[in-house]
Design a protein around this ligand. Structure first.
Ligand code: GAL
Length: 377
């Protein structure tokens, strides 16, 4: 009898839990978004992959309280067929218990992005890594691979990219010390030091810094886009054929412009980049840029957000632009509304991307919307 009661109680508890699961037909930017178990989706700084008819959402698994800004668990993955309803697929990349591992529990793992490599048949995850107890000084791009899309991802290594490689758009003066020595540049503001090539030359022997990052796959090639030079300059670096290292072909863009949170997509043959300014977890105005070739030259297009709160990107910061399958010119701007005091409560802002007559990106706030929005395209 006792056993039957126990089984009944468990079944009741399970059905109560399941009844909290919601079926969504719309996006509700900034509202709590529950997974198939009725639990708030925990995948911040997200990256997306469409593979064999399913979307996968990878993101930072955060915990409650300020400690949640560090990686205590790893990278969480969810899957969905329709982009509204997401199934919890567990932890794709686990932090390590080994104190000698670069991804030991308590390090910083941010903005995981995954691409699939056809040649090696591997899923390749890149993320921004900061070593435990070292603040944000390591500034490394790290890579892990898996045989299955949901993992387990095996950690490979981290980089300061492109040591001893000049960018394709280096000028003669970029590669030469300033008259009187580079130390004379120290009195200049950071922006001007970046423009004078100071950080580029300083980091030439050890590799360039890499913080906020994203990947963009263009045909068979993939590129890592990251904040470098103390966050003053963005870099775009071509990845090796297997996507786990660099070819040495790279460019600097938005030099001295202080950009982070990159998100890239391709529309009508042109490359578009959305970034934020650098104010940590606090929101600021987004920026956008366009280029005919991924390694530049890049042209700034200004703040793509319009309407109330556009100067704060609707209280969020870009992380990804998702191409909707089966719809023409359908792209979703995906951003994080961070809650650094209680990071697990960070919210997701998904908004449709529009284009104006001049080919500029336009993003407008919506309390509620769905993919039918794109049917008019
Ligand atoms: C943000 C960045 C986040 C995180 C945070 C730390 O600007 O985009 O990914 O690094 O700073 O303060």
């Amino acid at each position: 009898m006792k056993r039957i009661l126990l089984v009944l109680t468990v079944l009741l508890a399970k059905s109560l839990l399941l009844s909290q699961a919601v079926t969504y037909n719309n996006f509700y930017p900034g509202k709590i978004w529950k997974d198939n178990n009725g639990v708030a989706i925990n995948a911040h700084g997200g990256g997306f992959l469409y593979f064999e008819g399913t979307y996968y959402w990878f993101g930072e698994h955060k915990i409650a309280g300020p400690a949640g800004n560090r990686a205590m668990v790893g990278v969480h993955v969810y899957s969905s067929k329709d982009l509204y309803n997401w199934n919890d697929r567990g932890i794709a990349l686990h932090v390590s218990d080994d104190p000698n591992s670069e991804i030991v529990k308590g390090c910083v793992i941010e903005r995981p992005k995954v691409v699939y490599n056809k040649k090696t048949n591997k899923f390749v995850m890149w993320f921004h890594l900061e070593l435990k107890g070292k603040g944000y000084s390591a500034a490394r791009a790290a890579v892990a691979t898996a045989d299955n899309v949901t993992g387990p991802y095996i950690y490979l290594r981290s980089y300061r990219p492109n040591a001893y490689k000049w960018p394709v758009n280096a000028t003669a003066s970029d590669t030469m010390e300033a008259a009187g020595g580079d130390s004379t540049l120290l009195k200049l503001p950071g922006e001007e030091r970046a423009e004078a090539g100071y950080f580029l030359r300083r980091d030439y022997p050890k590799g360039q810094m890499a913080r906020d990052l994203t990947i963009f796959q263009d045909g068979d090639k993939a590129f890592l886009i990251y904040s470098s030079e103390e966050n003053y300059t963005m870099n775009i670096a071509e990845l090796s054929e297997d996507y786990t290292s660099f070819t040495g072909k790279w460019c600097r863009l938005l030099i001295g412009g202080h950009n982070e949170a990159p998100a890239m997509f391709k529309y009508e043959g042109k490359y578009y980049l959305i970034t934020s300014g650098c104010t940590g977890w606090a929101p600021n105005a987004a920026r956008s840029a366009v280029a005919a070739s991924i390694l530049g030259p890049w042209k700034s297009l200004g703040n793509p957000c319009v309407g109330p709160d556009n100067a704060l990107t609707f209280h969020s910061q870009s992380t990804y632009v998702l191409k909707v399958q089966g719809k023409k010119n359908a792209f979703i701007f995906i951003a994080d509304r961070w809650h650094p005091q209680n990071p697990i409560d960070g919210r997701y802002i998904w908004l449709p991307i529009q284009f104006n007559n001049e080919g500029k990106i336009v993003i407008k706030w919506k309390d509620e919307w769905n993919l039918n929005f794109f049917n008019k395209n």
